[in-house]
Design a protein around this ligand. Sequence first.
Ligand SMILES: Cc1cc2nc3c(=O)[nH]c(=O)nc-3n(C[C@H](O)[C@H](O)[C@H](O)COP(=O)(O)O)c2cc1C
Length: 181
Amino acid sequence: MKTIILNGSPRKNWNTAMMLKEAQKGAESVGAETEYVDLFDLTYTGCRSCLLCKRKGAERCRCFWKDDLSPLIDRIFAADALIVGSPIYLGDITSQVHGLIERLHFCALSYDNYENYFKGKVNVGIVLTMNAPKAFYNLSYRRKAKEIAQSFQGLNGTVEVCTACDTLAGGGLQPVQHGGL
Ligand SMILES: Cc1cc2nc3c(=O)[nH]c(=O)nc-3n(C[C@H](O)[C@H](O)[C@H](O)COP(=O)(O)O)c2cc1C
């Protein structure tokens, strides 16, 4: 079983990375082969609207833009599980994660009938870390977390969210809420 783990924080050893590295250990403990990628090490942007993925006869679920993200997108579609971590920046995921989502989903979207070209299944785990306390998360960010989860539904698998609130006050890793939305 192949699990790809993506750190969407620019910080390689802080809150989000700590959560992801524990998830990696967990995946490996049940026999998964894992690949860990710091998204901020890659050079890419969001979708450039080149529309090469929409050509008649083009290979489906492929992003044709030549940069560091396209080969990773190929590997995500071939994986069994994907774990994506992001700190909350201004109430949202980081721009790196947003760019990934645009590219991952747009290249799997049919412009003939807006169906999903992707017929495989990748289970998804989303890790969100934030300074906000849990009460503020429940009030203001829970809906956003649900939207983020929905943006991975095109991978046809289960989508689970794990959040860590109060990261500043907690002095680091303080996961306070797991699982559902
Ligand atoms: C540019 C920026 C914007 C942030 N915006 C928010 C925010 O809107 N809400 C929040 O709860 N925390 C916010 N934070 C705090 C981070 O989400 C929090 O410290 C997170 O755990 C950092 O993850 P990291 O240690 O993996 O980088 C922000 C931090 C930065 C640097």
